[in-house]
Design a protein around this ligand. Structure first.
Ligand SMILES: *[C@@H]1O[C@H](CO)[C@@H](O)[C@H](O)[C@H]1NC(C)=O
Ligand SMILES: *[C@@H]1O[C@H](CO)[C@@H](O)[C@H](O)[C@H]1NC(C)=O
Ligand SMILES: *[C@@H]1O[C@H](CO)[C@@H](O)[C@H](O)[C@H]1NC(C)=O
Ligand SMILES: *[C@@H]1O[C@H](CO)[C@@H](O)[C@H](O)[C@H]1NC(C)=O
Ligand SMILES: *[C@@H]1O[C@H](CO)[C@@H](O)[C@H](O)[C@H]1NC(C)=O
Length: 362
């Protein structure tokens, strides 16, 4: 049995080894900060300056700034839909034992922050990150079919509150030439972190789920932004000074284990979110780079950006600061793009006709 003095010394040593970030956990409502353990392939905490390892299976994203962020992409050449559970972290810097994104891969980014989330809108040549040219892409989040995330063991931090904080709710849409990523860093009694990072609108696309300035291919901007309504929320009325909302649910037909078929969700799909939040205080830079030699990242031959040019429709996108538009009329939609999971879906009016979720339990 150890003496009290040595136990105390051990305690002091342990306390000193706790990362300073833990001392700075922001005072936010339950459901915002992740309380569980790190995925098994992740370092215990986000770490800058880790060794280059382009075969890493680390799955820890940090989303800190326009030039210090990570995204999930396949470990080897694979469509996102076929690799959701095994995506790995790719970071702009050497960090988190993760893979490094080669310079030239990313061609434009908008980094937004506000009191409720940090958000990235990005363009690039993600064939460099093992996504096949033309891949429709998909949606990743900490829930997934097994409840342990897509990818399984994937985790996300941000230092936006002043220290590295693990966040419970996030969502990433990525295809071969675009991504959008939101990490929900706060909540109040109206907006939970889960609602602000709502993960069941996977067919609606970036511009619907994470409205912002999509006209950023070729520029790099870092801005403050107004707070969007949670994905799919539309204000309906104000009662005693409190805004009431309807919530759009994506239509889904599934089959129960007994073979019976059920359908949930709304019949009509809205064309656009209620409004596109304004950005402000934007700082623009011409590019982001880590200046790591491409050869040491396993990139041979031509630089990332001189490869085949994406031929898909360009997104005219929302300009930041557009005025509120009423649901389902006009608005801040991008070009409808049937070839991409992350493009905005077509033009339907918003009709709040919900098929009863009770079907599920028949
Ligand atoms: C890591 O992700 C899993 C699955 O989403 C979650 O249960 C756990 O709390 C996360 N841990 C941290 C430290 O973020
Ligand atoms: C690179 O990552 C792989 C998979 O995570 C691991 O097995 C390997 O040991 C790592 N290599 C180095 C040099 O750290
Ligand atoms: C977050 O980390 C970056 C290093 O990538 C650092 O430059 C920045 O100051 C940090 N931000 C905060 C708010 O601590
Ligand atoms: C929660 O925050 C949003 C955005 O700032 C605000 O509109 C809403 O009124 C807040 N809810 C409460 C209950 O304070
Ligand atoms: C973004 O810009 C790059 C470089 O000009 C171009 O190759 C690519 O097709 C553009 N991406 C999209 C989605 O328009």
């Amino acid at each position: 049995m150890r003496s009290l003095a040595s136990s105390f010394a051990a305690f002091i040593a342990l306390a000193a080894s706790v990362p300073s970030a833990l001392a700075q956990l922001p005072n936010v409502p339950p459901g915002v900060i992740a309380t569980g353990t790190q995925g098994p392939t992740n370092p215990p905490q986000p770490t800058l300056g880790t060794a280059i390892n382009q075969t890493s299976y680390a799955r820890l994203l940090s989303v800190n700034s326009i030039d210090d962020f990570c995204i999930f992409a396949p470990p080897t050449q694979s469509a996102i839909a076929d690799s959701e559970t095994i995506e790995v972290a790719w970071c702009t810097k050497q960090r988190n034992n993760a893979r490094v994104i080669p310079d030239g891969t990313i061609t434009g980014v908008s980094f937004l922050k506000n009191d409720y989330y940090v958000q990235l809108i990005g363009y690039g040549d993600f064939t460099q990150l093992n996504i096949p040219f033309g891949d429709y892409g998909g949606e990743l989040d900490p829930h997934g079919a097994y409840g342990s995330g897509n990818p399984i063991g994937g985790n996300v931090t941000s230092n936006i509150s002043g220290g590295d904080v693990p966040y419970a709710e996030w969502m990433l849409y990525i295809d071969y030439n675009q991504f959008c990523l939101r990490v929900c860093t706060n909540a109040n009694s109206t907006y939970s972190a889960a609602s602000m990072c709502w993960h069941e609108l996977d067919e609606m696309g970036c511009e619907f789920v994470m409205p912002g300035n999509y006209n950023v291919n070729g520029t790099f901007e870092s801005c403050d932004a107004d707070v969007a309504y949670p994905p799919g929320w539309y204000p309906t009325a104000t009662v005693d000074g409190t805004t009431q909302f309807s919530e759009f649910a994506q239509r889904y037909t599934g089959t129960l284990s007994d073979g019976s078929v059920y359908t949930v969700g709304d019949l009509a799909t809205p064309a656009a979110p209620y409004f596109t939040p304004s950005s402000s205080n934007c700082v623009t830079t011409s590019t982001i780079a880590n200046n790591i030699a491409l050869a040491s990242l396993g990139v041979t031959g031509a630089p990332a950006n001189s490869g085949p040019v994406a031929s898909g429709p360009t997104r005219s996108g929302a300009t930041s600061g557009s005025k509120p538009t009423s649901a389902g009329t006009t608005g801040s939609t991008g070009t409808p793009n049937a070839n991409s999971a992350i493009g905005v879906k077509g033009n339907f009016g918003l009709i709040a006709l919900t098929v009863m979720a009770g079907y599920l339990f028949h």
